[in-house]
Write a protein that binds this ligand. Sequence first.
Ligand code: SF4
Ligand code: SF4
Length: 185
Amino acid sequence: MQVKNPNIKRTKLTFWERLYLPEIFKGMAYTFAQMFRPRFTTEYPEVKWKPSGAFRGRPVLVEREDKTGERCVACGLCARACPPMAISLQASETDLPQERYPVKFEINMLRCIYCGYCEEVCPEEAIVMSDEYDINYKSREEAIMDKQKLLVPMERVKARLEFLRAYKNAVRKAEDQYVGEEAKR
Ligand code: SF4
Ligand code: SF4
């Protein structure tokens, strides 16, 4: 014999709900109506998505404006800040005004976690997170990006550089405001 649990409150169904089929047709009509609504999905890979400057894609090395090589001065800060130790570089001296440059600069993309710490610490805006997200490798060797693969013209990362400058200015302003308020106390 079935014992009724007094703690369970059952909803009383109407006649039409108990018939079951009208609810099924209502659901089908709703699904059918969706077919005529505008689509908001992107037909990737035929249609590529264009990320904004806030996006953190593959890290790249930025070329100098006069196209005489990379902006990097081989200070090594990015390699120190990189949590998975994906960056390795070797510094040397140059006759250019920057005095130092990396003879070798590599990023192991199998290790990179796209955190952006490297670009945050770079004093020269020399390493920047690009808008590239469509990245694949056929071998481990291919995933190790050398200077040749990393170097891009400055125009290529213009949106990211503008975003970074605005972000850093906002952080500095907030810090100054905080210090000012603390000094008043
Ligand atoms: S994005 Fe992060 S993990 Fe990748 S190279 Fe830069 S610091 Fe290292
Ligand atoms: S922090 Fe910038 S300048 Fe220093 S080694 Fe890295 S990319 Fe070069």
